[in-house]
Write a protein that binds this ligand. Structure first.
Ligand SMILES: [Zn+2]
Length: 88
């Protein structure tokens, strides 16, 4: 690593991940006809380590239930509580 690199440059490491798993039943009505409905991108800020910020670009699988016509996304404990998902 060259010593002449700008010191005020923020070190952020972007990690790309995809969250998808098969769902047998609708989360809302329990109906067993859930179809995949594309991916939705979310950003998760991870704890810094050694002055490097880690940001997770997470593509979460969306699901659609034909019975109750609701959509819902794959969940992970990375995005609970004080995490803010990007819009929409
Ligand atoms: Zn349903």
């Amino acid at each position: 690593m060259p010593a002449s690199s700008p010191a005020d440059q923020e070190h952020t490491k972007l990690i790309k991940a995809r969250l998808s798993y098969p769902i047998k039943q609708c989360r809302h009505c329990g109906f067993a006809a859930v179809v995949k409905n594309g991916f939705r991108k979310a950003y998760v800020h991870l704890p810094s380590l050694n002055g490097i910020h880690y940001e997770l670009e997470l593509w979460k699988q969306r699901y659609y239930c034909r019975q109750c016509q609701t959509t819902f996304g794959a969940t992970t404990n990375l995005t609970t509580n004080n995490q803010t998902l990007s819009g929409q």
